[in-house]
Write a protein that binds this ligand. Structure first.
Ligand SMILES: Nc1ncnc2c1ncn2[C@@H]1O[C@H](COP(=O)(O)OP(=O)(O)OP(=O)(O)O)[C@@H](O)[C@H]1O
Length: 425
């Protein structure tokens, strides 16, 4: 057997390695301060420093799928951009071993006056493809983007959806060893979002290294083996995804800013922009049709609920393309400050939804004798892919539950328990 030592050592090299990596921005209160700074040549300081990232030490091995979490402005995008080389570090170093493709600002490299086809050539060359490789792949890129009819028009005439489709198709076509994704797991709209998500999942299955940041902890937990939590530019935790997500969730719960940061559930509303079929669904997609909340059999958006007594039923109707696997449904309960208190999901309970040949289906989540304690709570509903990862559609705050309670117990939930008189044994 011939062992190629150089190949073995290459495979043991981290795909991404950073040492004491840091990025500092100079913030000027007014534009003229920049000029003054230039004229004084560093003898006086007219700016304030902002360390977007500090002392980041990472070793990401080939094939790892790493999720990056943190509040807005914590430094996630800065880290991804430093790894991609679109930002220069202020200190420390970053090493990348392998062909890297980034889905950061999609289409940032497009020239608006060039046609879609010309931009493919330009963009793919920037991403490292040779002329021959581009020639080989251009038809695939155009097909994947589904905008063949417009491919010879200048991209400035494109809708934002078309722009994103083209940019994603080019980025994904380079077959990278390392894929960097900044909040772009659901690219574009409708069926394209699912298709792009499937493409990313294929790369994961083929053992590619993937780094992505998302506000959806749910998506991070579903896809990643390891997670990094960044706060105010510092690495707060890294390691097993469940531990890191849980530590971050605890931090969010403790934070007075939790309200503004609660995009932790499957988040953004994703409404299909494609043309619906006669059955009301969009090709390759699914959407919520109707969500109704019933308290003791009566429909209500703003209901009085008796703690430990009332039954709450969340009725969800959806339509989906019958050609895609049947979707899954999740229901979450939030406190009014946005914190998610609990959730229920069909895939976790091994419940399979049913639908008509037209792709329409209904399911109810029934919460009997709801054990919430006094207070106000919000219900949200999510429609996801069969694996419970890709979000098709969501409806936030579909109903407010005003829970009334006898007695003085404090907290959010009554947890089943018993009291035992301790006889000292
Ligand atoms: N070009 C820039 N000039 C000055 N400050 C910047 C610049 N880019 C980012 N920052 C600051 O650096 C910090 C980190 O920003 P970054 O975009 O990396 O955060 P993030 O975690 O990706 O946020 P989000 O989740 O909102 O995308 C923020 O305080 C941001 O305001």
């Amino acid at each position: 057997m011939n062992l190629d030592i150089s190949q073995i050592s290459a495979s043991l090299q981290p795909a991404v390695y950073t040492h004491d990596l840091g990025k500092c921005y100079q913030l000027y209160a007014q534009p003229k301060d920049r000029l003054k700074q230039f004229l004084w040549r560093g003898r006086r300081r007219y700016y304030r420093e902002l360390w977007a990232l500090q002392k980041i030490n990472l070793e990401i091995m080939p094939g790892e799928v790493i999720g990056i979490i943190g509040r807005n402005g914590s430094g996630k995008s800065t880290l991804l951009q430093l790894i991609c080389g679109t930002l220069t570090p202020t200190c420390g170093k970053v090493e990348v071993n392998g062909h890297l493709a980034a889905l950061l600002e999609l289409g940032a490299g497009f020239n608006p006056d060039f046609t879609g086809r010309e931009n493919i050539w330009l963009n793919a060359a920037i991403l490292g493809l040779t002329q021959e490789e581009i020639a080989d792949r251009i038809e695939y890129i155009i097909d994947f983007s589904e905008i063949r009819d417009f491919i010879d028009q200048p991209v400035k005439t494109y809708s934002s959806g078309m722009y994103v489709r083209l940019a994603f198709s080019v980025a994904i076509s380079i077959d990278p060893d390392i894929l960097i994704i900044d909040e772009a797991l659901s690219v574009g709209d409708g069926s394209f979002a699912r298709k792009s998500f499937n493409r990313i999942m294929q790369l994961k299955e083929r053992g590619k290294t993937i780094l992505f940041c998302s506000h959806s902890l749910f998506q991070i937990e579903s896809m990643c083996s390891r997670a990094l939590w960044i706060n105010q530019g510092q690495l707060m935790a890294e390691g097993d995804v469940k531990h890191v997500v849980s530590a971050y969730q605890t931090f969010l719960d403790r934070s007075v800013l939790a309200t503004s940061e609660q995009a932790t559930a499957p988040c953004e509303d994703v409404m299909p922009a494609d043309t619906p079929s006669a059955g009301g669904y969009v090709s390759g997609h699914a959407r919520l049709d109707k969500v109704d909340v019933e308290i003791e059999g009566k429909s209500s958006r703003d209901a009085i609920v008796k703690s430990g007594q009332s039954t709450v039923r969340v009725k969800v109707s959806f339509v989906s393309d019958p050609a895609i696997p049947c979707p899954t449904v999740a229901v979450t309960l939030h406190a009014m400050d946005g914190r998610m208190l609990t959730s229920a999901a069909t895939w976790e309970d091994q419940v399979t939804l049913e639908r008509t040949p037209n792709g329409a289906g209904q399911i109810s989540a029934v919460f009997e004798c709801l054990p919430l304690l006094k207070g106000e709570y919000l219900i949200s509903v999510y429609l996801l892919c069969e694996q419970g990862i890709h979000l098709y559609d969501s409806a936030s705050g579909v109903s407010t539950l005003r829970v009334q309670q006898e007695g003085r117990l404090q907290g959010y939930f009554a947890v089943p328990h018993i009291w035992r008189i301790d006889d000292g044994k």
